[in-house]
Ligand binder design. Structure first.
Ligand SMILES: Cc1ncc(COP(=O)(O)O)c(C=O)c1O
Length: 383
């Protein structure tokens, strides 16, 4: 811990000590040793470089160390995607007969994993309203609940989970998907969560050119995850880790610009008669704005809004935009719009989509780096 602001840590973290300002890209999958005794030591080592890249790769390790420093964690473990991180973490920690408490309002892939493979393996999941005070703790079954899984802000409706409440839960491991906040927007570990998780594909890498996930926490727990991860094999690529490390260096300025523009767009949409609701934690009208102010350093680049005309109006609006692009994903330089009910949450049934907040008229916007005035003008003309 350096005592610096997180924005500074984004620049200083994950250095390999070689003096090279750009991270080295280690493409090797395997390392030569001095002989059998050294190979044996390497095979028995935990999360150490110098043996085989599925066990550890120096470029990936530098990325992991940067995330650990940013999150105030002892260590971190990278995966080939955010879903790789989620699936591996759940399967590393839970067995048949265990119980998970998760929130209804999560990324569609997380929901599909919990209701599909987890159910098939006999891991029971109770879904709660993550925005309801005390909901997670009330659903914990002492002795049976192995994992509490929260996502804040949540995708796509930008609901918040109270991080102090998650941190106060005793017994199960508590895991917070903090993808939409980025490491510079919130720090779940400082509130007492066991693990913080990111799809680093999003804001962390930040340029739509890396597919990556990461989990950070106490070394003992990260080592335990590593023991499973090397068998699961959702291993992070050094190329993607390299891109993500470069992304981390500029995360603070990119995120500042995106957050500022997101708030400006949210305020503009609130003023429009065609829009019945706007969801963004930075708006005074957000029902959890006080909580957002207390636990977030930045309110994030994401917003969603509900059109009065439902699905038809949403489709029409998207077709009229010229600058904002229809695409999934988030956190990159380009402003992206998506209709969660027919993209990120299309796998859910009508009731599931309603519980997740992916209603027919909802559009989700990931604010990029274009001038906010151009983005507002594009929306105004399309509306
Ligand atoms: C909040 C959240 N968590 C996890 C994921 C999964 O990440 P990835 O696409 O990198 O597997 C996503 C993807 O959109 C997400 O939005």
């Amino acid at each position: 811990m350096t005592g610096h602001e997180p924005d500074t840590t984004a620049v200083t973290s994950g250095r390999d000590g070689s003096g090279s300002l750009a991270p080295a890209l280690w493409t090797s999958t395997t390392w030569q040793t001095s002989g059998v005794p050294a190979s044996r030591d390497a095979a028995l080592a935990v999360h150490q470089t110098g043996n085989y890249a599925r066990y550890a790769n120096p470029t990936v390790r530098a990325f992991e160390q940067a995330i650990a420093e940013l999150e105030g964690a002892e260590d971190a473990l990278a995966f080939s995607s955010g879903m790789g991180a989620i699936a591996s973490t759940v399967l590393a920690l839970c067995s048949t007969g265990d119980h998970i408490v998760a929130q209804q309002q999560v990324y569609g892939g997380t929901h599909a994993f919990l209701t599909g493979p987890c159910a098939r393996l006999g891991i029971e999941v109770t879904f709660v309203d993550g925005t309801a005070p005390g909901a997670f703790a009330a659903a914990v079954r002492p002795g049976r609940t192995m994992l509490v899984l929260a996502e804040t802000p949540s995708n796509p409706r930008l609901g918040l989970v109270d991080l102090d409440e998650i941190g106060a839960i005793r017994g199960p491991y508590t895991v917070v998907d903090s993808t939409l906040a980025t490491p510079l927007g919130a720090s779940p570990l400082r509130h007492g969560a066991s693990l913080v998780l990111h799809s680093a594909t999003k804001g962390i890498a930040g340029h739509n050119d890396a597919m990556l996930g990461v989990v950070a926490g106490e070394k003992e727990l990260v080592d335990a995850l590593w023991g499973y991860a090397v068998l699961h094999g959702a291993t992070a690529s050094p190329y993607d880790a390299h891109n993500a490390l470069r992304g981390i260096r500029t995360l603070a300025v990119r995120h500042d610009r995106q957050c500022e523009s997101a708030l400006a767009i949210a305020r503009f949409l609130e003023s429009r008669a065609e829009v019945s609701a706007v969801h963004h934690p930075g708006l005074a009208s957000h029902p959890q704005h006080a909580l957002a102010s207390a636990q977030m350093r930045r309110f994030g680049s994401m917003l969603s809004f509900e059109l009065r005309g439902g699905a038809a109006a949403a489709e029409r609006l998207v077709s009229q935009l010229s600058l904002i692009r229809p695409a999934v994903s988030l956190g990159g330089p380009e402003t992206l719009i998506c209709h969660p009910a027919s993209s990120t949450h299309v796998g859910l049934d009508v009731e599931g989509r309603a519980l997740a907040g992916a209603t027919d008229g909802l559009l989700r916007l990931s604010t990029g780096l274009e001038a906010a005035s151009d983005l507002v003008a594009d929306l105004a003309s399309a509306l």
